[in-house]
Design a protein around this ligand. Sequence first.
Ligand SMILES: [Fe+2]
Length: 226
Amino acid sequence: MLYHHFYIKELHIVENNGIILYNILMKDNLLKIHPLFSIFTSSCTLNIDNKPIIKYGESLRKKEKGRIRSNSGGWQSNNLPLNHKLLTPLIKEIEEYAFVYCQSVGFKKNIEYKIGNIWMNINGYKDSNLPHIHPNSVISGAYYLKTPKDCGNIGFMNPSQHLMDHTWLDTFKDSFTEVNSALWFSKPEENVLFLFPSWLLHLVQPNMNKKENRISISFNIDAKLL
Ligand SMILES: [Fe+2]
């Protein structure tokens, strides 16, 4: 049986007491869609000079072995000093945007957001990051210092991925949307700051640029009720 006589005539996004609804006008009735349990990821472009930060990271790499966490290949620095002059403008911006992000998800206003730890990632050819979360933190994120062509996307995994895989088969999907996807990739751009919940599983695809490194800064943000 095909349902061609039922179709979407109009789609309106409306706000009702802070709840976003998608109102779909059908044949002769209104279908109200309420997106439940949405996961907010955010991005914004910062006006920061990346060059001195990159130089600082590259000089650190020569001196320090770094550490292995979620990284498969590549170099991840140890935690960087939070009072380092070069990082101060970036840290200030991140903390301000974290406050706004948390407003958007309905957190209280009397909360202070501070970077708990921050580190740098330099990924060469085929280096990647395996799926991981950031425990003991509220908001986490990445700021992109250098993103050459084909350097790999950041992927966010739907927490219901394993449940969806068995029922919402890819073959059913007309197109992949934010609602029906188990995995969502976002392309990193230089100077872009991503924020997302620390509990959201994420990964980084391999850098497939043979010549240039992908360089980013990752961080965790702590929240404290004032
Ligand atoms: Fe991460």
